[in-house]
Design a protein around this ligand. Structure first.
Ligand SMILES: [Zn+2]
Length: 296
């Protein structure tokens, strides 16, 4: 049993799947035994989270000391933004209805939208990053959270949420709000880290800043609860385009395989097995290459 109610199905029935976070700090992580959602237990209180995101997030989480984003960070974000553009292609809305990026960081995706003359705005709770996007790039970015944000009128055709949902205290409520913001048939491009990632060392699997850890199945269940159906998915991953097809509801269609899939993954991918596996060395070499490219 957990102290927290499962954000997806409402159950309190859980089992512990982790006791420490990256950097070996204590962090209990549980899996809902009804639907398979994996989350921190307890979830940090709202004040702690707000303080964390408004000032300390970039410093602690990404190891950034400067008040503006370093070049390394910007290059990485640009690569992610271009990948998102390639994936979305001609599905990016042109003309009147707009694109809203929630958690736009330093604005790399929005800058690409502007290059294509697409109508896009962003919201970002991190003050320094929002300021950079506005002052250095001249983008329309509001320093605010999704909770506090109200778009002027209902003209959002595409919401973009890249690596955001896992940080939110109530992702179901956030997605319901996104549903209400979108025009009929509006879409959401959503990416989250995949908890079933076999390349990540098990010790790095859980992080204080990631309250929720999704598998492709649990993400899809949560999206469906919020009134979305899948349009396209990058391979079998947590990079997805969904479409608004109905209003949010409290009903959850449980994917019967979600819990078993996660249980067998956690049993299979232990720290010991990771250390002695070929993908570990492959990943190490790829990281070296990436470092060389970032600093080249
Ligand atoms: Zn659940």
């Amino acid at each position: 049993m957990s102290r927290e109610r499962c954000n997806l199905c409402g159950s309190y029935s859980t089992e512990v799947v982790g006791r420490v976070s990256r950097y070996l700090l204590p962090l209990e992580t549980v899996m809902c035994t009804t639907c398979g959602l994996v989350f921190s237990n307890p979830v940090p209180d709202p004040k702690t989270l707000e303080r964390f995101y408004s000032r300390r997030y970039r410093f602690l989480y990404q190891g950034v000391f400067a008040r503006s984003p370093p070049r390394r960070h910007i290059r990485r974000r640009r690569r992610a933004a271009r990948k998102a553009f390639d994936f979305l292609g001609d599905r990016l809305p042109t003309g009147g209805p707009s694109i809203l990026e929630i958690g736009c960081g330093s604005g790399e995706f929005l800058a690409l939208c502007r290059e294509r003359e697409l109508n896009a705005v962003g919201i970002e709770p991190g003050r320094d990053y929002a300021r950079h996007a506005r002052d250095s790039l001249g983008l329309t970015v509001h320093t605010t959270t999704l909770d506090a944000y109200e778009p002027g009128s209902k003209t959002v055709a595409l919401v973009v949420m890249m690596e955001v949902l896992e940080h939110l205290k109530d992702p179901s409520a956030a997605l319901s709000k996104v549903n209400r913001m979108l025009i009929p048939g509006g879409r959401i491009f959503v990416t989250v880290p995949n908890v079933l990632n076999t390349e990540l060392p098990p010790i790095s699997r859980f992080h204080f800043a990631h309250i929720f850890n999704f598998s492709p199945r649990t993400l899809e269940m949560m999206m469906q609860k919020a009134g979305f159906e899948p349009v396209d998915q990058k391979r079998r991953s947590t990079v997805n385009l969904f479409e608004k097809v109905r209003s949010p509801s409290d009903e959850v269609g449980i994917d019967g395989d979600a819990v078993a899939e996660l249980r067998s993954f956690f049993a299979e991918h232990t720290g010991k097995k990771y250390v002695f596996s070929w993908p570990t060395y492959r990943r190490f070499l790829l990281n070296l290459l990436r470092l060389a490219r970032d600093h080249g």
